[in-house]
Write a protein that binds this ligand. Structure first.
Ligand SMILES: *Cc1c(COP(=O)(O)O)cnc(C)c1O
Length: 242
């Protein structure tokens, strides 16, 4: 198993490097995030030992289950799932440094309140629903700027960029449109120079579409299946409430 994960990581690294060459980008600009839903702490540790420290869960329950087993292994935790407001307090216990899936004001306000209480800050990405599919979370593209401006008033939340899940389609050009849309929104927000808003990060691209995402400006690609293998549950299970 060890060698599987490690060799898969090498394959992904090569794909990232190739995509960077293709689009004249420096590979140092693109980080690999390991999407670890359903993956055991043991396997995650193998990936961390291979030098990949940025990991992310979709559900607070899984984060909690693996926390004790991973806490002595230095790594960085992002959160990429739909976060319920009643889990805000809990998520902060497990050393999550960035919520990539900020998608509504109620959640932002809840985070702000709790962070004030704990005298902490957290990084956030605004999740944008670029595919327009009902099954996916995220603010709609035409609401993204207004939402960013609202969140910018919450001083405990440090906006670092945008996140999206592209359309699942074999048609590369339709997938590409999602990523181009996210890039366009980033450029627009950058041009507004909103106080308390940094817009350097674009988290987009997964196992099947990371090359397209990198060509369109991704700074973080989130990869699960291509490293750890197929999952038992459909992704919709992880992207939906409850
Ligand atoms: C599962 C997941 C990924 C990784 O998807 P793969 O297709 O397994 O690479 C990326 N982002 C989010 C939000 C996910 O839930």
């Amino acid at each position: 198993m060890t060698s599987d994960i490690v060799s898969n990581l090498k394959i992904i690294e090569n794909r990232i490097n190739q995509a960077c060459i293709q689009s004249n980008r420096n590979p140092d600009e693109v980080k690999l995030l390991l999407a670890t839903k359903t993956v055991s702490a043991k396997k995650i540790q193998q990936a961390i030992a291979a030098g990949y420290l940025l990991i992310a869960e979709n559900k607070v329950q899984e984060l909690k289950n693996k926390y004790e087993k991973l806490k002595d292994t230095p790594h960085i935790n992002h959160f990429i799932g739909h976060l319920q407001t009643n889990k805000v307090k809990e998520i902060l216990k497990y050393d999550v440094t960035c919520v990539e899936s900020l998608d509504r004001l109620k959640l932002a306000e809840k985070l702000q309140k709790r962070l004030e209480f704990e005298d902490k800050t957290i990084d956030v990405f605004i999740q944008v629903n670029t595919s327009g599919e009902k099954s996916k979370f995220g603010v709609y593209p035409d609401k993204a700027i207004e939402f960013t401006q609202q969140v910018a008033h919450l001083d405990r939340l440090k906006i670092k960029g945008l996140m999206t899940i592209g359309l699942f389609s074999a048609e590369a050009e339709r997938v590409r449109k999602c990523f181009q849309l996210l890039k366009n929104i980033q450029t627009k927000i950058q041009s507004l120079s909103i106080p308390n808003v940094e817009m350097n990060e674009l988290s987009m691209g997964m196992s099947n579409d990371l090359e397209i995402a990198i060509e369109e400006g991704a700074t973080i690609v989130r990869v699960g299946t291509a490293i750890f293998g197929e999952r038992k549950y459909p992704d919709s299970y992880y992207w939906n409430e409850g």
